[in-house]
Write a protein that binds this ligand. Sequence first.
Ligand SMILES: [Zn+2]
Ligand SMILES: [Zn+2]
Length: 201
Amino acid sequence: MTMYDALTARYTFACPRRERTQVALSSFRLLERLPGAAHPAVYRVSFDCGCGDEHPGLVSHDDLDWAPLGAHAGAFIDLMTSRTSDAAGELLDLTASHLKAGEWPWTFYCYPEARARPVFPSSFVAVAPGERSLGLAVRCPACSALSVNLVSRSHVDVPFANDDRIGVVDHVFADDALRTVAAFHAELHSARFDERRLHLN
Ligand SMILES: [Zn+2]
Ligand SMILES: [Zn+2]
């Protein structure tokens, strides 16, 4: 299982060529929740490695959603009260102050609902690197529809660094549309984007 380093915002994975490699969330290409393992949930990902290849990896739900917020595996944040555990460090304090201010670590624009939604990385489905921005496919936690946003790298990698304006592909994707990186790239090249502001009300 992978490890997350909150100071460098990198996940450590095994690489067949270099033994270990460290990659940011934006280097993930496909994410899929494994059936069965529910406690804790485990996600199968593929990621672009520094060695030039794409590798598979496994990430626990905790590491995917909570580790970037500075939580150790199992650390507890109560989102209703924004209270953190006593063992929390500076990163957790920072997270708590953001949450109190009504800011969410990750947001995306849900196309069918025509609104911004808070989200966690476990709802990310695919990431496609582009020249200036990333294509980010997200399964909406509220309505389950698949939307594709064009965002900055830091929007994905840095919690609370949400882009002000993003691009939104102007159609709903079929459930199986983005099963491969190649299919996602093809969709992005043929897609039209509308600009939207990412404001959570
Ligand atoms: Zn590698
Ligand atoms: Zn939605």
